[in-house]
Structure formats: C-alpha cells, structure tokens
Write a protein that binds this ligand. Structure first.
Ligand code: ATP
Length: 153
C-alpha cells in the first residue's frame, strides 16, 4: 500500500510519546511516498525508537530527509568494535551496561528480518559516548504515483 512518510512518522512519534512519556522531535525535510507494508515499517521504526529511549535519556529526534527515516539519539552510543554484531540475534553490548534495560538482544535482529521481508535496508551508525543514528532507507514512488494519476485523469 502507498505510505506517505511524513504523516506516517508523525503518527508513530505521537503514539510513542504517549506510551513512554518521552518527547520525540520530528523533522520532515522530504515529501516521499513508499509502497510498503505499513504495519511492518512501523514495527521497525518502533524498535529503533525503543532503543533510542532505552539507551539515552535526552531528546530523541525523528528525521525524514532524502529517502531516509533517521532515529537519532544522543545517548551512550555503541563501541565501534560491536557495531558489526548488534544485528545478530541475542547480541547485546556489554551485559553490565545493558542489564538495567532488560531485553534479549532481539530487537535489532528482528528489525533486520522485517527489513529483508519488505525490501527495506536498515542500518546503524554510532559513536560511543556521543549517540546513535538508526537509518531506514526507502524508495520514493511519489513521481511514479504522479504519472499514474496523470494517465488516469
Ligand atoms: P531487546 O531484545 O529488548 O530489543 P536489546 O535492546 O538488548 O533488547 P537490540 O535492540 O537487538 O536488543 O540491541 C542490541 C544491542 O545494541 C543492545 O543491547 C545495545 O547494547 C545496543 N544498542 C541498540 N540500539 C542502541 C542505541 N540506540 N544506543 C546504544 N546502544 C544501542
């Protein structure tokens, strides 16, 4: 189904804010539409938002720019040596620091699997002590939609 990304992220941010009483700063710089499974895309986004909440106590930013959705936090970050492994099932960075947040190390592996299922690339960039950015790459179909509308008019 066609998903208009701007309203999709605003909706997701609002329900997340209500559920966790954490502010999410939404910034939309691109008007893109994607052909995808809305519920599955939302699951990926929630996994990233949930990690941003668990591993930072500052504001979370949700950015739509070019063909990407970015979930940005200024939290504890991920050591560079662990970055390649965080998408593995049951992998958690340093049990001590992760203990208080609970979790099984499944969120990101699930996000990756859902991404594969819906043909959407997901990745993480991070600096230890600075913060983490989770990136969902989308393919915009708004131009295609526009030409289809012209043809049917
Ligand atoms: P759960 O199974 O509940 O999702 P989890 O958060 O431990 O538990 P993942 O979401 O797979 O599992 O994340 C794997 C590990 O990557 C985490 O344990 C954490 O150490 C690290 N991590 C993930 N997202 C972030 C983030 N935004 N900031 C810092 N570390 C992160």
């Amino acid at each position: 189904e066609p998903v208009h990304v701007a309203s999709f992220v605003k909706e997701a941010a609002e329900s997340f804010e209500k559920a966790y009483d954490r502010r999410v700063d939404v910034k939309v710089y691109a008007s893109i539409t994607v052909w995808t499974d809305r519920a599955k895309l939302r699951q990926i986004l929630y996994i990233f938002l949930d990690n941003a909440r668990k591993y930072s106590d500052k504001e979370i930013c949700l950015l739509v720019e070019k063909n990407e959705i970015r979930v940005i936090d200024k939290g504890i970050g991920i050591p560079s040596g662990d970055i390649d492994k965080i998408f593995d099932r049951f992998y958690r960075v340093d049990k001590a620091r992760s203990r208080k947040t609970g979790g099984f190390g499944l969120g990101l592996s699930l996000a990756k699997d859902i991404g594969v299922a819906i043909g959407t690339d997901v990745k993480i960039e991070s600096k230890e002590g600075k913060g983490t950015t989770a990136i969902i790459t989308l393919s915009d179909i708004s131009e295609y939609m526009a030409t289809m509308n012209e043809k049917t008019e």
